[in-house]
Ligand binder design. Structure first.
Ligand code: ADP
Ligand code: MG
Ligand code: MG
Length: 252
């Protein structure tokens, strides 16, 4: 079964340490949520895992089924089964959504076993229907002129087609209205299985009404300072983060 272990991960941006030792273990079938105030390093964690060049990992490891992702090139990480939906997905003018998706799928396959165009189109159209996406989005340039909600839905489309082992979703709920939130959550729930683990980063508890996490972690000042079950998210929604700071003696 899939096992993803982040061990003692430290990372810095422009010489400033942001992640101060993250430990987290996600098994296939589990959904973990990370919540935390703004600026605590949640997106930095996602970017460090994906290998964004701006973020320098100074210590620790992130192993997927025993292989350290942090020692791999970005494209190798994806091939190993890591998928990341960014908080701010980038626009790629000149590359259509469908071309992008097909090359991403093929990049995960062995040479000579590329997906056929017909099979790819059939899969893409099926998933787009599930996500209630307008078919014209297949032919639009990647994320160019997409609304916030359309970008997020498109990230979920990518996830569904790429069939990853570990899914990291950074604020996939931000900018979504209730209908889009439900569709995105249904997409995630449909992908839930024993071989896939999820790390859902969110600022708000709202998403967790639709996707029930097994574990909720609170991140503050670059560390996971508290872990619990879904009830922890509910308490944060009701009472904010101050009580966590008081309980742990965190001064900011
Ligand atoms: P969160 O996602 O929890 O809101 P981030 O990981 O985006 O937090 O940011 C954590 C800290 O790192 C913040 O103090 C932020 O200002 C800083 N930071 C993030 N990205 C950059 C960057 N590209 N350049 C400089 N500082 C950054
Ligand atoms: Mg933020
Ligand atoms: Mg963020």
């Amino acid at each position: 079964a899939t096992q993803f272990v982040i061990d003692g991960l430290k990372a810095e941006i422009e010489g400033k340490e942001i992640l101060k030792g993250i430990n987290l273990e996600i098994k296939g079938g589990e959904i973990h949520a990370i919540m935390g105030p703004n600026g605590t390093g949640k997106s930095t964690l996602a970017s460090a895992l994906m290998g964004h060049p701006k973020y320098e990992v100074t210590e620790g490891s992130a192993t997927l089924d025993g292989e350290d992702l942090l020692e791999m090139e970005v494209d190798e990480r994806a091939r190993a089964g890591l998928f990341l939906a960014m908080q701010y997905p980038s626009e790629i003018p000149g590359v259509t959504n469908s071309d992008f998706l097909r090359s991403a799928i093929n990049a995960r396959r062995e040479e000579g076993s590329e997906i056929s165009l017909i099979k790819f189109i059939r899969q893409m159209e099926g998933k787009m229907k599930e996500l209630e996406m307008n078919p014209e989005f297949a032919h639009r340039y990647l994320n160019e002129g997409f609304s916030g909600g359309e970008k997020k839905r498109n990230e979920i489309l990518q996830m569904m087609l790429l069939d990853p082992k570990i899914v990291v979703l950074d604020e996939i709920d931000s900018g979504l209205d209730i209908d889009a939130l439900r569709i995105v959550a249904n997409g995630v729930n449909a992908m839930r299985n024993e071989d896939r683990g999820f790390l859902i980063i969110t600022h708000y508890q709202r998403l967790l009404n639709y996707i029930t996490p097994d574990f909720v972690h609170v991140m503050m000042q670059g560390r996971i300072v508290k872990s619990g079950g879904p009830e922890l998210a509910q308490r944060l929604e009701n009472e904010g983060y101050d009580w966590v700071k008081e309980e742990l003696g965190i001064v900011d």
